[in-house]
Design a protein around this ligand. Structure first.
Ligand code: FMN
Length: 194
């Protein structure tokens, strides 16, 4: 899949078929996460790959009963690791960079999964302590996201977005950016840059 197609295909999937996700696919997804940028290249995060049914059920409960987490063949739990970032960056690393590192890695993982035809959903609504307990991890690790991964059993709906003219500014906040939509036939990056 071309990058633009991956972006267009990624939509939150909350229903999964029984078809398993092969280990090779998980490796591919982990390699993508591992290639993400991170502050000082410290990669201040941990990833727990969850396949065990009872652990998935605990995660679903920790996520306030979002049962598609248990239905998905694989869940990836991304944890920020403040200590990994703190030794070099102090409180900024502890408070901000480790969360950003984990978030970017999780995003790379989602897009890699999408490129394989898999469905994903970013889950952020959960009880931190219950997530840590489910995967036998401890504070100061901070659960940032549970990414459910599996073959879609639903056609994900298209969700609305803010108008770019409303969210982007030029030079100063609130100064409208003169956004013009890219013509559909120019959407291939090589053609945009020519
Ligand atoms: C930080 C964050 C937290 C989210 N938490 C949840 C969640 O707990 N449960 C859920 O079903 N979706 C969750 N989502 C998915 C969003 O609902 C979804 O991305 C949004 O509605 C846009 O839809 P799309 O992903 O299909 O483009 C979360 C997404 C993000 C980025």
């Amino acid at each position: 899949m071309e990058f633009v197609d991956v972006l267009a295909a990624r939509k939150s999937v909350r229903s999964y078929s029984d078809r398993d996700v092969p280990d090779d696919a998980v490796s591919f997804i982990l390699e993508a996460a591992n290639s993400a940028p991170s502050a000082g290249d410290l990669q201040a995060y941990e990833i727990v790959v969850v396949r065990d049914k009872s652990v998935k059920a605990k995660l679903a409960r920790a996520a306030l009963g979002q049962w598609f987490i248990a239905e998905a063949p694989v869940d990836l739990v991304f944890l920020a690791n403040p200590e990994r970032s703190r030794w070099r960056y102090g409180s900024r690393g502890e408070r901000l960079y480790c969360i950003q590192d984990a978030t970017i890695a999780a995003t790379f993982a989602m897009l890699a999964a999408t490129s394989l035809g898999l469905g994903t959903c970013w889950v952020g609504a959960f009880d931190d302590r219950a997530v840590l307990e489910a995967i036998e991890a401890e504070s100061p690790l901070i659960p940032v996201a549970i990414i459910s991964v599996g073959y879609p059993a639903e056609e994900p709906r298209t969700t609305p977005r803010r108008d770019i003219r409303e969210l982007a500014s030029l030079d100063k906040l609130g100064n409208p950016y003169p956004y013009k939509p890219v013509e559909p036939k120019l959407r291939r990056p090589a053609e945009i840059l020519i």
